[in-house]
Ligand binder design. Sequence first.
Ligand code: FES
Ligand code: FES
Length: 160
Amino acid sequence: MKITLTVNGEQHPLDVEPRRILADVLRDDCHLTGTHLGCEHGVCGACTIMVDGQAVRSCLMLAVQCDGSSIRTVEALAGPDGQPHPLQRAFSAEHALQCGFCTPGFLMVAVEAFDADPTFGADPDRIAGLVGSNICRCTGYEPIRCAIARVAREQSGTES
Ligand code: FES
Ligand code: FES
């Protein structure tokens, strides 16, 4: 089927088999390999991206379902000058990644949460709920929680 995905502001006209999942098409056809595949059945969250403003597991969507949609992947988080996104800076500062395989998914769920409610990071329970949606085998989660809380403090002006 012929479809068009708008990925990180760029149009990708594609010819894809209807059976192919969105994550594979992003990685193999759009050459955006920042989106990772872990479990491939909707559990780990490593493949999380945003479709029309909502975080989704891209292993659970068919690419053809997204014809005409606007997609945002981890590659879009850095600024045009290459400066990392505040969440990327905070993950680095708080040592919130080791192997980094899970990191794109955690970044995208956190981006969605801040977009939906800029105050969400002030509540430790909400942060804990959010990070519980994805699996990390390395960090023990605490540094990830700290990174998200750091961004919340930065945005509220209580951390420089
Ligand atoms: Fe999609 Fe694990 S690879 S949720
Ligand atoms: Fe290795 Fe999360 S940093 S799985």
